[in-house]
Design a protein around this ligand. Structure first.
Ligand code: GDP
Ligand code: MG
Length: 439
């Protein structure tokens, strides 16, 4: 998904202005990308409609950075689709809070039960009890017992071939007696949704009166995940979703469709087999992941906050006209200082994160101060016309700024490289960026 979008966005990035046709082409790509990522067809259709309406508005067309505006809209709408903000677990007014885990076989229910115990222990200082209500395979009960030992909580089981509804009833009585504050019920799954399973789960629900019914969904199952979520929600009215196996080579589209189709929040994501690999689900972070843009949005926001648009316009013009001078150089340095450490900014730029040349990029804030001192020691004419800087002027500047002559020379050389680079960048080519940072 990310590669496709990156290419599309890269195409637009260098453009000064976009047309409706540009936006439409971009939307076609976003649409394909979402479908490729297994996002449900209807969800994709609605999504594109919303984004397109916003994107052809003046918000983008009049903007100086149209591609970034579109990326931002796509990201915002993705976040919105997934529920905007994190939704935490509900708590019962009387203990115990009962959490029932449901889902297909192999989705990660039993593992997630162990992960949730760890989470509750850490966050709520909880003393949970686990109930083994998957009675069809002895291995399932052993697995939960092992997990119980790992996280040091008791597991209530009655072996195989007992009625799971009765097991749950007895388990809850045990929890009452032992004053456990949380009870997690690990239920059986099937390879597909069937009536027998659903009626068993419904009966457990009636007896347990759970505060949370969390549907565990394997994010690797793609489109199927949406149907599974719909099926379970229709029968059980789930309260939330745990999306597992996000550490794998998953396309993440399930996260979008599930929330949109069921209206139920994704509460947690599983990101590994180990019991500490559970995270609260954050829609904005998932949107970033789906877009595969690294922290590009953080970068855009930083730039937006710190950068005066008029200045940006002037700079763009100067870059195009090749009249970028030392005054602009100082402005640029100051913008960079406001935006934060240079090496971090570079890493946030699309396509730069993986660039090995960046490993050694580091610009000291003090270096910037020195560079500024050198520029301030130039006369206004020298700042505007760097060609004037002959050896005797350079010596004068070195003395005036208190910097060594070699440094003044090096800086002038860097400035010239930057001038060249600015020109390249104004044509939408970022590849020269690391040259600027070189020795
Ligand atoms: P259940 O049948 O729904 O109870 O599923 P299990 O909890 O037994 O998990 C099935 C398999 O998926 C096991 O091998 C787990 O280790 C694995 N698994 C569960 N959650 C995750 C996850 O978030 N990431 C990865 N990589 N594996 C997971
Ligand atoms: Mg299991």
């Amino acid at each position: 998904l990310s590669e496709r979008l990156q290419n599309t966005f890269a195409k637009l990035r260098g453009k000064g202005k976009v047309t409706k046709a540009d936006v439409q082409e971009m939307m076609r790509e976003v649409r394909l990308a979402l479908l490729e990522a297994d996002v449900n067809f209807d969800v994709t259709k609605n999504f594109i409609k919303t984004v397109q309406e916003r994107a052809v508005g003046s918000e983008v067309l009049d903007s100086l950075t149209p591609a970034q505006q579109v990326i931002k809209i796509v990201n915002e709408e993705l976040t919105k689709i997934m529920g905007s903000s994190a939704v935490l677990l509900n708590q019962a007014s009387h203990i115990p809070t009962v959490i029932m885990l449901v889902g297909l076989q192999g989705s990660g229910k039993t593992t997630s039960a162990g992960k949730l115990v760890k989470y509750l222990q850490a966050e709520k200082n909880a003393r949970p009890l686990l109930i083994a209500a998957d009675v069809y395979r002895p291995a399932a009960i052993d697995q939960l017992q092992t997990i119980g030992q790992q996280v040091q909580v008791p597991v209530y089981d009655e072996g195989t071939n007992q009625d799971p509804v009765e097991i749950v009833r007895h388990g809850l009585e045990t929890a009452q007696a032992k004053k456990n504050d949380y009870v997690l019920i690990d239920t059986a799954g099937r390879l597909e949704i069937d009536d027998q399973l659903m009626s068993e789960l419904s009966r457990i629900k009636q007896v347990a009166q759970p505060t949370e019914i969390l549907l565990v969904v394997d994010s690797m199952t793609g489109q199927a995940a949406t149907h599974v979520a719909e099926g379970f929600n229709d029968r059980l009215d789930i309260s939330g979703v745990i999306l597992t196996k996000l550490d794998g080579d998953t396309r993440g589209g399930a996260a979008l469709s599930i929330r949109a189709v069921t209206g139920k929040p994704i509460k947690f994501v599983g990101s590994g087999e180990k019991l500490d690999a559970l995270e609260v689900f954050h829609p904005d972070r998932m949107a970033d992941r789906i877009l595969g843009m690294g922290d590009v949005l953080t970068l855009i926001e930083k730039a937006e906050k710190d950068y005066d648009e008029k200045q940006a316009a002037a700079l763009t013009r100067k870059m195009q006209e090749n009249t970028f001078d030392f005054n602009d150089f100082v402005d640029q340095l100051e913008q960079m200082q406001k935006m934060g450490p240079m090496d971090e900014i570079m890493k946030m730029m699309p396509g730069m994160a993986a660039n090995p040349a960046l490993k050694n990029v580091h610009m000291d804030p003090q270096d910037i101060e020195h560079l500024k001192a050198v520029v301030y020691s130039m006369t206004p004419q020298e700042r505007q016309t760097p060609e004037l800087l002959n050896p005797s002027r350079r010596r004068r500047i070195a003395t005036g700024s208190g910097r060594p002559l070699v440094e003044v020379n090096r800086m002038i050389k860097q400035f010239k490289q930057m001038q060249t680079l600015m020109q390249k960048m104004s044509k939408g080519n970022f590849n020269g960026m690391e040259q600027m940072m070189g020795p």
